[in-house]
Design a protein around this ligand. Structure first.
Ligand code: FE2
Length: 221
């Protein structure tokens, strides 16, 4: 959701207060992350596109999937800002202080097809986070067949060029957790897992399945 918006990009409103994560992340961490870091990516992207009329109707996916359309002089900066917007829009919606923990039948089946059980999925997800270190993101993604897997994204990049759609994700940059967890990434990830918003993940997976189905029904030219 919100990944189909175009210029001028707007911050995804949170459906929870920044003070909502009592025993997970404090207000200062959430406020710096949302009101400063995420906002800066939005402002930078809008600023970079403000005189680029032919790019202003492009969605984030379109900007990131085929960057050869972007003007060479600004390409790197636009991609950097769009990456930041894209990933933060996923990670802020992937958690909620009062999460719906119920996984849809479709998503549960897809996760169990790959990881055998939800328990193993959680273990593998945690392993991926710990092996990434503190400079990137870990996502559960859906591929063009509707299959899901865990994908590690190192540095400023997204899953878009890989043609993978993020279903949920966690930010492992230090700004996301350091004030509360210092170097204890394991504790941060374990707490995050208590707040995964499966309501969002279910919706995103459903959206992916519908997009795949609609693609299949398109007449071949
Ligand atoms: Fe972040």
């Amino acid at each position: 959701m919100y990944l189909d918006q175009h210029y001028p990009f707007e911050m995804v409103p949170l459906n929870y207060p920044l003070t909502g994560f009592d025993d997970f992340l404090d207000f200062q961490t959430m406020s710096i992350h949302y009101n400063q870091i995420y906002k800066e990516y939005i402002d930078d992207l809008n600023h970079l596109l403000e005189n680029e009329k032919n790019l202003q109707n492009l969605t984030l996916d379109e900007i990131l999937f085929n960057p050869t359309y972007l003007p060479a002089a600004k390409r790197e900066s636009i991609i950097h800002a769009a990456n930041g917007v894209y990933n933060h829009q996923v990670i802020f919606q992937s958690m909620n202080p009062n999460p719906v923990m119920m996984v849809s039948v479709e998503l549960k089946n897809a996760i169990e097809k790959k990881y055998h059980s939800m328990r193993e999925f959680y273990q593998e997800f945690k392993k991926a986070c710990l092996s990434l270190g503190s400079c990137g993101f870990v996502f559960l993604v859906c591929d063009e067949h509707g299959d899901v897997h865990i994908e590690k994204i190192l540095g400023s990049a997204t899953t878009v060029p890989l043609n993978l759609c993020p279903i949920l994700g966690i930010d492992l940059y230090e700004h996301a957790y350091y004030l509360n967890y210092k170097h204890n990434i394991k504790a941060y990830v374990e707490q995050w897992m208590k707040y995964i918003c499966f309501d969002y993940a279910n919706q995103e997976y459903d959206f992916c399945l519908k997009a795949i189905q609609s693609e299949k029904e398109q007449p071949k030219s």
